[in-house]
Design a binder for this molecule. Structure first.
Ligand SMILES: Cc1cc2nc3c(=O)[nH]c(=O)nc-3n(C[C@H](O)[C@H](O)[C@H](O)COP(=O)(O)OP(=O)(O)OC[C@H]3O[C@@H](n4cnc5c(N)ncnc54)[C@H](O)[C@@H]3O)c2cc1C
Length: 395
């Protein structure tokens, strides 16, 4: 019987994109075979840094990382659907290749960087030689980023940056940090903030790792009078708010959420199909799994719509919100259904006694809260859909 992933392979991707997908899938299958020797539960990817760096370099050498970036910088010059396919397969194979610099930072460098900055950073990102993080959030500024307090001022040719950033993905291992800081404290943030890209080894930067519900960590980044040269400024001085908003809008199609959902549902179905122990009548399991299979198709539909709009150059922000909202909440539903189908043992975490499917779904149950918060909470996605999609007045 074909897997759900195989079903999706039959989508009308076009020959070239389908071939790329098969190549990426084969690459991850091969690379992930040695992953069990590199587990690190404190890292968000689940793997140690050396494995992640090796995998990214290998992907870079094969030309898989920057297919959607311009050829002049070493990319493949293809549409964003190539990136979506890469993200889907990375998630399906649970590979540490989701929050890569080509996803997090390259779009901003491409859109707003000087020729020298593009030259310096894009090539290494596309070759998989760098890890990067983005630091917008602060302890008092998450959904409402206008409350940021990190500051930067000019000193001589360069800048001095002070403040703290919170919940930063991959901060403890990143080579570069892309952050937003207030640069004109007397102006409203929309005309008084700038984006800076700093070397994480700069004196004055320190990272404290904070455990999430599943034990892996996000980083609190302290910036203590960090000095940076003139090439740290990305784009316009005091033009950072519009740049950040554009980057967040352009960010993602959510195909990696769909990739995780496909894998999780496949594994759950495989357990039930093989007669694995469950704590509910089989008829109920069949009904619940059939519902999730339909939901998966809806999630895929939303994401493909975003991908098509991105390829056509006219993405609608609220469509990306719908894709993210639906897929991340589907991930939670799959985990909820799984833990209830598996009965009381379904809540035993990995390594615990008698954990079915290696405790995978108990872990998923906790884990899938995170995507409904990071990169904009579900409430904020609904806000965006109501405002931009439905044009509903705020009052
Ligand atoms: C796994 C993960 C990874 C992350 N990675 C990064 C990263 O790499 N870089 C980075 O900068 N940040 C990152 N973040 C931070 C993330 O962007 C923020 O946590 C998120 O924007 C929410 O901000 P907050 O935590 O301050 O919650 P708050 O903004 O304080 O929100 C608290 C609650 O109130 C709700 N709420 C707030 N405002 C409204 C409103 N207007 N209408 C309705 N409801 C509202 C929210 O939905 C939420 O439920 C990450 C977070 C997580 C969980």
């Amino acid at each position: 019987m074909a897997s759900i992933q195989q079903d999706l392979l039959d989508l009308p991707l076009g020959d070239e994109l389908a071939a790329f997908r098969a190549e990426v899938s084969g690459f991850f299958r091969e690379q992930m075979a040695r992953a069990p020797r590199h587990l690190d539960p404190r890292d968000l990817t689940g793997f140690d840094e050396s494995f992640e760096r090796d995998l990214l370099r290998a992907a870079g050498e094969r030309g898989l990382l920057g297919m959607h970036l311009p050829r002049e910088h070493g990319g493949g010059g293809r549409p964003l659907s190539y990136k979506a396919v890469f993200d889907f397969e990375a998630a399906y194979w649970n590979a540490p290749a989701i929050d890569t610099p080509v996803t997090l930072v390259a779009p901003q460098i491409l859109a707003f960087g000087s020729p020298a900055q593009r030259e310096a950073w894009l090539g290494p990102m596309i070759r998989g030689e760098l890890l990067a993080c983005i630091a917008y959030s602060e302890a008092g500024a998450g959904s409402d980023l206008s409350a940021i307090e990190t500051r930067a001022h000019r000193e001589g040719e360069g800048f001095v940056i002070s403040g703290s950033k919170a919940h930063v993905t991959a901060a403890h291992k990143a080579d570069l940090i892309c952050l937003i800081a207030r640069t004109d404290p007397d102006a409203p943030v929309r005309s008084g903030a700038s984006i800076l890209v700093l070397d994480m080894r700069s004196p004055g930067i320190s990272v404290e790792r904070r455990a999430t519900m599943n034990g892996w960590t996000l980083g609190d980044v302290r910036l203590d009078e960090v000095r940076a040269g003139p090439d740290a400024l990305l784009g316009e001085w005091n033009g950072g708010w519009a740049q950040m908003a554009a980057a967040l809008r352009a960010e993602r199609s959510g195909m990696f959420h769909v990739g995780w959902a496909v894998r999780n549902l496949e594994d759950l179905v495989a357990h039930v199909r093989a007669g694995g122990r469950i704590g509910v009548p089989r008829a109920l399991a069949r009904e619940r799994l059939a519902r999730l299979r339909c939901d998966l198709e809806t999630a895929l539909g939303f994401s493909l719509r975003v991908v098509a709009a991105q390829d056509a150059g006219n993405p609608e922000p609220h469509e990306a919100s719908m894709a993210k909202l639906y897929a991340t909440e589907l991930l939670q539903r799959i985990a909820r259904v799984a833990t209830s189908l598996l009965g009381p043992a379904g809540s035993v975490l990995p390594g615990g006694p008698g954990a079915p499917v290696d405790g995978r779904f108990a872990w998923e149950y906790l884990e899938r809260v995170h995507p409904t918060i990071g990169a904009g909470t579900s409430e904020m996605q609904r806000e965006a859909i109501a405002a931009a999609g439905l044009e509903l007045p705020r009052r």
